[in-house]
Structure formats: C-alpha cells, structure tokens
Design a binder for this molecule. Structure first.
Ligand SMILES: Cc1ncc(COP(=O)(O)OP(=O)(O)O)c(N)n1
Ligand SMILES: Cc1nc(C(=O)O)sc1CCOP(=O)(O)O
Ligand SMILES: [Mg+2]
Length: 210
C-alpha cells in the first residue's frame, strides 16, 4: 500500500507579507500540509530573509516544514527545514553541504528519470517532476506525463513530487500514478472558496484515493 499523498504548498511569487501571513494561517487551518515552500522570484536577499523569518514560525505552528526555493545559502541563514533547487540553481552537492544531512534538499527533475535517479543516488530527499498541466505561475520549460510517477514508484524509493498547474479537479490522476506529494500554488491561493477550503478539499481527495 503506497503512502498517503500529501500537499506541498508553494507561496505566490509576489505578495504583501501581512496579508499573506493571514492567508497562510487560513491555509494551514484547512488540513494537513507537509511543507510550505517560500518562492519569491524577484526579491532581494534581505527581503527573502525578512519574509522567511516571519513565515517559518507560522508554518511550524502547524507542524509544517518550511522550505526555501532556489537559495541554499539563505536557507541555511534562515535555519529553514530545507531547500528546493532546480537544474539551474545551486548544484545538489552545494545545497547539501550548506544544509547538512538532517535538512531537506529537493531537486527539480522536469520530465527526466535520468535526472531523478542521479539526484536520488546523490542523496536528495525528494525529486520533483513537472509541469503536468498548464500554469500561469510560470512558463514551464518541460512537460511531464503521469506515467513518469508510476515508473518512479516501481523503480525507486526516494519520494516524488508532482508540480505544475495542479488543482483539486485535476490532481486525481497524479495521486493514482503515485505522487507522494502534490505541489500547488495557484490551486490553493486562487481557489474560488479560498485557501482553507482548497486545502481541505485536497486532503479529502487524498483520503479518498490513498
Ligand atoms: C517542489 C518544487 N518542484 C519544482 C520546482 C521548480 O524549481 P525550478 O525548476 O528551480 O524553478 P523555480 O521554481 O525556481 O522557478 C519548485 N520550485 N518546487
Ligand atoms: C514553480 C513551478 N515549477 C514547475 C515545474 O514544472 O518545475 S511548475 C511551477 C508552478 C507551480 O505553481 P502552480 O501550482 O500555480 O502551477
Ligand atoms: Mg529554482
């Protein structure tokens, strides 16, 4: 029996801290969230550190891990629980050296099993595949099919994350295919009934399918 799928929540790329802190509290009140990733694409280092220092305790108050995107150096400074690195960010080995063995290091692997096996063998805590669906959050450079999750589950033990355009309505095939985590940004923050309802709906779906 595979593990129950869990939600991996990604912040919007731009937000106002005070209002977003309340939105994050609302999302966390909606149900289980394994991890919150701070993904600010156009902020300077000082701003990332300021926002990270404010959001980390909010995530921790719900027993949710706090992960920083792109920057293992800032993640270490923030004492974050982990960092997510893409193929054009810091290399995995550099991220691991900065974060230490006890923190989470996740790696983008697009639609490539070879990249994923390489990351897993190097010691990554999870590999991320995507994008599975069109998304307005960023312009995806690669497209993945659910089959990559099935093959990954049959051939590897490192957890896998599915990302890209996922919402409550289109997540089921990815859960069926074996995603350990469903990573979502707009599907939570732009949900018609608000973030709390979105998180509750994702959790109901995971309960139903796992
Ligand atoms: C969980 C997760 N998976 C993939 C990504 C994408 O990372 P990357 O390819 O480095 O692109 P940016 O997010 O940095 O634009 C991610 N952030 N999180
Ligand atoms: C940050 C990111 N990385 C992707 C990839 O394919 O690697 S897709 C994506 C956007 C995730 O946001 P949303 O849930 O709003 O689509
Ligand atoms: Mg990146």
């Amino acid at each position: 029996m595979p593990n129950r799928c869990r939600l991996y929540l990604i912040t919007p790329p731009v937000f106002e801290l005070e209002a977003f802190s309340r939105a994050l509290e609302g999302a966390l009140a909606g149900g289980d969230i394994a991890c919150v990733q701070l993904r600010l694409k156009d902020a300077g280092d000082a701003e990332v550190l300021r926002v990270g220092a404010a959001l980390k305790p909010i995530a921790h108050s719900a027993d949710t891990a706090f992960v920083l995107n792109d920057r293992p150096d800032l993640a270490a400074k923030l004492d974050a629980d982990g960092v997510h690195v893409g193929q054009t960010d810091a290399r995995y080995a550099e991220a691991r050296a900065l974060m230490g063995r006890d923190r989470i290091v996740g790696v983008t692997c697009h639609n490539s099993r070879d990249l994923a096996y390489e990351a897993a063998e190097a010691g990554a805590d999870y590999v991320a595949f995507g994008a599975f669906y069109p998304t307005g959050t960023k312009e995806p450079s690669h497209w993945a099919e659910p089959e990559i999750l099935e093959i990954w589950q049959e051939t590897a033990t490192t957890p896998c994350v599915a990302i890209g355009g996922i919402n409550v309505e289109n997540a089921a095939p990815l859960v069926h295919a074996g995603a350990d985590f469903i990573a979502v940004s707009a599907g939570v923050w732009a949900h018609v009934d608000g973030p709390r309802a979105a998180v509750a709906a994702f959790n109901a779906l995971f309960d139903e399918l796992s």
